[in-house]
Design a binder for this molecule. Sequence first.
Ligand code: ARG
Length: 596
Amino acid sequence: MVSSLPSLPSVLGTDPSSCILDAFRTAIAKRVSDALPPLTIEQAYTGVDYGKKGVDFTVALPRFRLPGKPDELAKKVITDFQPDDFVSSITHDRQFLHFQLNTASLIREVLNQIHTLTYDSPTGKPSYGTNTSGAGKKLVIEYSSPNIAKSFHVGHLRSTIIGAFLDNLYKTCGWEVISLNYLGDWGTQFGMITTGFEKYGSQEELEKDAIKHLYDVYVKVSKDADSDPNVKVEAAKWFKRMEDGDESALANWRVWREMSVKKYIEEYERLNVSFKVYTGESEVGKEWQDRALERLEEMGLISDADGAKLVDLEKWKLGKAVLRKANGTSIYLTRDLGGAIERWEKYHFDKMIYVVASQQDLHLSQFFKMLSLMEFPWADRLEHVNYGLVLGMSTRKGTAVFLDQIIREASSVMHEQMKRNEVKYNNIEDPEMVAREVGITGIKIQDMAAKRRINNYTFNWDRMLSFEGDTGPYLQYAHVRLTSMERKNPELIPLPPPSQIDTSSLTSSQHARDIAILLGSYPDVVKTALKTHEPSGVVTFAFRLAHAISSAWETLIVKGEEDVEKARARLWLYLCARDVLGAAMRLLSIRPLERM
Ligand code: ARG
C-alpha cells in the first residue's frame, strides 16, 4: 500500500519509499527552510537529528550560520505553526527546535511500510531496512582465516562474527559481496607436520577429525623439535620441496587441507556463516609475489641482509620487514602483497576489507603502505577492520583450542540451564537445537555488544547465557514471544490487509508510539552501521526494541481484548516488531528462533 501522506519535495539522498522517517524529516526541513530563507531544504535537512529523551527530532539552529539570534530564528519557524500530518508540535529551547511527529500518521505509516516491504517487496524478498546505496559496487571481504593445524582461537572467532556481520551489512546495502576465507594453509608448519606424520599420524584419527588430529601431530612434533634441532632442518627441507612444487611433497598436504576445509564448512554452518571462496596462503600465485618484489626493487625500497630481502619502512615509522628468506621461501607478508594484487586482477573490487585482530595492526599497515608505495591506483581501496582481544574464554575443561569446542560448550551450558525448568523443558521439541542456537546467540551478542570493536572484553559464560539483561538468550526469547502471538490468537489470523486495519486506537498509547518510532529508525541504524563498521549499534537497537515491546505487553494486550479492531491493530504492531527484530538479528548473523 502506498503512503497516504501529502506529497513533499524530494531531497537528494533521501528515500521515503524505503525509510518513511525520511518523509517526516523532509517535512521538518521544509518548515525550517520556508521560514528561514535563503536556507535551502537540503541544507535544513542535514540539520534534522534524532532528539533526546522523548523528543522525536531536534534542529540545532547555529549550525546553519544564518544572520540573526537563534531566538529570533526560532520564532520565525514557530510563528503561525499549524500542526499537519507530519508534525504535531514544535517547541523551542535556547538554540534548539524540538519537533514531535504526528502520532497517528507515524504509527500508520511505519507499520504500512514494514508490512509492504516485508510481504509485498518489489524485490520479492523481505527488504525493510535494506537500501541501494551500494548498487553496482563490489566488496571483497576477508574474514575468519584460521590456520590449519593450529588452534582456532577466539581472535578467529571474533573475526568470524564481525566479518559475517559486515558481509550481511554490505549485502543489505546493495553491494555485491565476495567473502573470502584466507586459510593459513602454507608455511613451515606443514613441513613440520609432514616430518611428524610418519611417527604420530593416523589415518583413522585424521578421518574422524582432521583439524584436531593435525593439531595434535603438530604439537607433538614441535615438542620433538625443542630437543632435536634436526627436526626443524628436516621440516624446512620439506617445506622447500612443497614451495618448489614437488608433487610427492604436496600429496599429503593436499588431502589434509581438503579434509580440514570440509570440517570447517560444517562448523561455520552451525554459526550461520558461509564463504563464497575458500582460498589460502597456499593459493597466492608465485608470479604475483615476484611481481611485488620486483616492483619494490625497482623503487629502491629493498635491501639485502645475508641473502634475505628486507624492505625499509622506517621513514613511515613502520620498521623493517622481511620479504623473502635467505633460502628463497616466501613468507606471510609477501603472500599478502601478492594476494592483494592477485585479488585486484581477479575481482576489480571497489573496496576490500580485511577483518583481522589489532595484534596484526603493524603487519597490515606495512603491507598497505607497500602497496601504496608501489603506486597501485587501487591501494586506497583497502581497509583493515580491526578488533581487540577476548580475555578469559576457556571451557570448563581448559582453554578452548577449537571452534567446535566453543560451540559445544555454549550448547551444553545452555542445555543445563534449560533443564532447570523441567515443565518448560519437556515442551521443547528439539532441545539440543534450541540450546545450540541460544548458546551461539549468547556468544555472538556478547561479542558484538561492546561499544567499540577495538576494545578488549572479558568473556563471561554466566552473563552471556542469562535470560536477564541485555543478552543473546533475552533477544531470542523476545523474538519467540512475538512469534507466539500468531499461534495464541488464531481467531485474528489472517489479519486483513493493512488498508483495513484501523490503527487509530494505538495513537493514545505511548508504548505503541515508542515501538513505532524505533521500528521506523531501523533503516537509519543500518546506514549508520555501514559508516562505522560497528555491530554494537544494531545490537543496541535490538535491545531497545525488545525492551519497548516488553514494557508494552501488560497494557497493549491482544488476548482478552474484546474490541476486535483494537486487538487487530495491536497484533499487527507486534507482528511488525517481530519482523524487524528478526531482520536485525539476521543482520547480526543470528538465526531467530520461533519456539524455545
Ligand atoms: N591466518 C592468520 C592468523 O591466524 C590471519 C590472516 C589474516 N589475513 C591476512 N590477509 N593476513 O593469524
